[in-house]
Design a protein around this ligand. Structure first.
Ligand code: GDG
Length: 479
């Protein structure tokens, strides 16, 4: 039978992600309010969504509450409910304590629980059903990230008419690691329901294709995977990299505002106008290499290669996943490390590390990027790392140095950064010194090249190239 769209299926473009682009907030009198969360993804997709009757399907950020679909700023919002138990098992459990550490090369040990997997399947099905209900005939559905890897297949089963894309924001690990996953076949099959599967780096797409060959034996040619369907036809699935980016113009605009520049100056003065301000900005996460960075910085002070009068490390560690035990432990470790370092080396007038366990508004982030001389991105594994790109976009008059881990996806593009292996503490120390003492002309030369890249390849280019591939790909060839 020819697929037909359900009655309330009106949308020709649907984005499905764990979190909606709006957060539920309870008003002073208990009423429902919605606060827009201004992420890069929203900015990138807003024009496409508005133009094409778009809907966004996702969770509103509060457990045990159901909301009717509504319209927000020209985009239809379709909330999917999650219970408190599902939040624990599907989100904090399977997504953040199984998949996250596994996909980041087991920096922390992944936990495997069958009940978590069951919740993951159940919740993925709910998202898939919501998308199936909302999608018009032949609609484009773009599923985002590792929390929803089963949605493409679940969706294709009930709606083979749809054009389905998937983008993985985090790395995809090598087979030797991926193969630990007890549900490794189910997850691959889930993803292969898509027409296009996007990754951050070419290496991630390669790891995925290899896993498909090893576990299913399907033929792959370049970025094409030939997936045999039940009826003997072969579906061609594209698996390739589409490196995500930022809304570069909006960061440049932010950094050019007089009040942001004044704030940057104030930050520098507040820190005692040191020669070098080093900056780290991360969610407090074990993938980000915060401890390696602080260790290297601390040793440079201990060895007298840097002094607290001349250099300070500002570390913003924004609170993250605070109900997951590994994250609580990491916070304790970092705070012990910072406390020791400051106790040993700070003076009454100069702190070694200025540590901030806070989230800040975008304006304050831009001012921090602007105030910094050296940005330290030392992730042990990171899909892309947008902070590196934001720093480049905000750096005024091309004056700033980016130290960037090879293990962040951004290293494939930002080649004029000082690239480091964060596990090599001596190498990291040398890179920090090189950054702090780099001649002005060299700094400007590198930053100009970085700036060019981030300007040319912004988040609008990213979504356009993914969607172009997706809409040009939906072809079934006879096997
Ligand atoms: C995942 C992947 C990939 C952080 N603290 C504050 C704040 N932030 C903003 C940053 C940046 C974003 O959060 C973090 O993005 P990253 O890319 O650095 O890292 P993840 O959160 O791990 O993101 C990553 C990304 O998805 C996109 O695909 O690049 O590899 O892990 O934009 O600026 N923003 C504000 N206050 C804070 O305190 N306003």
């Amino acid at each position: 039978t020819a697929p037909s769209a359900p009655i309330d299926a009106v949308y020709s473009m649907i984005v499905v992600s764990n979190r909606l682009p709006v957060d539920y907030v309870e008003g002073p009198d208990g009423e429902t309010l919605w606060r827009t969360s201004p992420g890069g993804l929203v900015t990138a997709l807003e024009p496409v969504m508005k133009q094409s009757d778009g809907a966004w399907i996702g969770w509103a950020g509060v457990a045990d509450r159901e909301f009717d679909p509504f319209e927000n700023d020209g985009i239809s919002i379709v909330p999917v409910p999650l219970s408190a138990a599902e939040l624990e098992d599907y989100y904090e459990g399977f997504s953040n304590d199984t998949l996250w550490p596994l996909y980041h090369d087991v920096i922390a040990p992944p936990t495997y629980h069958r009940e978590w997997w069951d919740a993951y399947v159940r919740v993925n099905r709910r998202f898939a059903e919501a998308a199936a209900r909302a999608a018009d005939v032949g609609a484009v559905v773009w599923v985002q990230d590792y929390q929803l890897q089963l949605v493409p297949q679940m969706l294709r089963e009930v709606r083979p008419d749809l054009v389905i894309g998937f983008f993985n924001h985090i790395p995809f690990p090598a087979y030797g690691i991926y193969s630990q996953l007890p549900w490794r076949r189910q997850v691959l099959a889930g993803l292969l329901g898509a027409d296009v599967i996007g990754f951050q780096r070419a290496a991630d797409a390669g790891n995925f294709s290899r896993a498909v060959r090893r576990l299913f034996g399907y033929a792959t040619r370049g970025t094409i995977i030939e997936v045999p369907d039940a009826d003997g036809e072969v579906r061609r699935v594209v698996a390739r990299h589409f490196p995500i980016s930022i809304d570069t113009e909006s960061f440049e605009e932010l950094a050019a505002r007089p009040e942001v520049q004044a704030r940057a100056k104030e930050i520098r003065e507040g820190l005692g106008n040191p020669k070098t301000i080093m900056l780290g900005v991360d969610r407090l996460d074990y993938t980000k290499g915060i401890r390696h960075r602080i260790k290297a910085f601390g040793e440079l002070i201990r060895d007298g290669r840097l002094s607290v009068e001349d250099a300070v490390l500002v570390q913003v560690a924004s609170p993250s996943r605070e109900r997951v035990e590994t994250y609580r432990q990491l916070r304790d470790e970092i705070e012990l490390q910072v406390g020791r370092l400051n106790g040993d080396y700070s003076t009454l007038s100069h702190q070694a590390v200025s540590y901030l366990h806070h989230g800040y508004p975008r304006e304050e982030m831009a001012a921090l990027y602007l105030a910094a001389d050296v940005m330290l991105v030392t992730a042990l594994r990171d899909g892309m790392n947008l902070v590196a790109k934001e720093f480049v976009a905000c750096t005024g008059d091309n004056d700033g140095v980016l130290v960037l881990s090879e293990f962040a996806g951004a290293a494939d593009e930002l080649k004029q950064a000082i690239l480091v292996n964060p596990h090599d503490i001596e190498g990291l120390k040398d890179a920090i010194i090189e950054a702090a003492s780099m001649p002005k002309r060299e700094r400007a030369r590198r930053m100009r090249a970085l700036r060019r890249r981030v300007r040319e390849y912004d988040v609008a280019r990213w979504s356009a190239s993914f969607l172009d591939t997706l809409t040009g790909s939906a072809s079934v060839v006879p096997g």
